[in-house]
Design a protein around this ligand. Sequence first.
Ligand code: PAF
Length: 254
Amino acid sequence: MKIVRTIADASSLVTRDGTVGLVPTMGGFHEGHLALFRAARAENDVVVASLFVNPAQFGANEDLAAYPRDEKRDAELAEAAGVDILFAPSAEELYPPGFQTWVEVEQLGRTLEGEFRPGHFRGVATICLKLLNVVRPDRAYFGQKDAQQVAVVKRMVRDLDLTVEIRVVPTIRDGDGLALSSRNAYLSPAERERALALPRALATKDAAQARARLNDLDVDYVEVADFEPRVLAAAVRVGKTRLIDNVILDKERA
Ligand code: PAF
């Protein structure tokens, strides 16, 4: 696996001989990321992963500084999962002085997560478009865990006439039901126990029942979201940690 840090190296290294799959990430790799890498490996000739903790998608009071960073470990895991090229640029490379162009997916970016994290999806859409422009993949891979991110990226792809195919990989859960997330590392054992209310509530696939089961947690929202597919999505705070999760709603219940 080659590690590249500049846009010039990333775009020149990616060959055009076969299909290219891109997995955009912020590092802190767990089985959820590895599932994305494996899906990309199975479907493409060349697999590129980006590793960039994107400051533009963090709010002023969020966990940008604390976000797990261990490039050596991440690089080993990515290589073992079949990644060919790891694009790990600096913030200056992607946001040079004078940077001032942003992608805003207006309505979709303002609801649910967007309401509680203003500007978050502007940062996500902008960095995703930049990464897609640098790597020019045939397919890009995202996790269903971030259902609204998937909806925002798909909307951007349609609205801006991009030709990339967006592939969505199912959420990976630990044995206790908690969806894998880099942020789970912040939870103490007692907090983790409390956090299990989230997957249990969503498993009811019913917004009212889920709200009742989350009574003891600090809930930002529990809502049915009209994405494709429809999901029951929720965000809760456990101590200082904010967790999101969702379940796909069956067509019969839609
Ligand atoms: O899901 C993530 O890790 C990030 O939002 C992404 C897609 C890599 C953009 O920074």
